[in-house]
Design a protein around this ligand. Sequence first.
Ligand code: GLV
Ligand code: MN
Length: 217
Amino acid sequence: MAAILCIVVLLLAPFLSQAADPDPLLDFCVADLNASPSFANFPCKPTTNVTFEDFFFDGLMKEGNTSNLFGVGVSQGNVLTFPALNMLGLSMNRVDLAPNGLNPPHSHPRATESGVVINGKILVGFVTTGNVFYSKVLNPGQMFVIPRGLVHFQKNVGEKKAVIITAFNSQNPGAVILPTTLFGAQPSIPDHVLAQTFQIDSSVVHGIESKFGSPIY
Ligand code: GLV
Ligand code: MN
């Protein structure tokens, strides 16, 4: 029995490791956001209630608010803001960066990200699981890709406001934003854990925590 179980797990392993959003079973399934999701897909709104408006989204038209600690505004077009993306396995963001603004180191547990610079001069970087740092300064029209789950950032290194459009192979990629995850979690990670992790004094931990009480985006 144990041997059979082992064989089944070994046969399934490649498929499990390549898991992404599931393929759609219908032309569309505009999410009914009031219903509870099952396995991260929302039930479909009845087709008779679907209109052309459901398939269009204005949320990336406007400049994001960059008046925050990092000078970044991220507008998200995912299943929660644009319900027609339900079951279609993709989403997009608009990232606005003030001069010197930083989209701080973060990762997306459920998606690979690609992006294109629309305006400005952007330093894009990511770090592999082998601790290798890859980075480049990009100008308008240039694209980048961040493999799924890897920590990455974008920084405006130009003189003017910058805009990037990013795309993900998930309807809901999720974002683990390192500064807020580590220093702004509720309830907070014990100080002694953070002090030991970064080999710093608890007073320094408190100082950092005081800056990350509320979400950045
Ligand atoms: C950029 O990194 C983004 O997550 O949109
Ligand atoms: Mn990202």
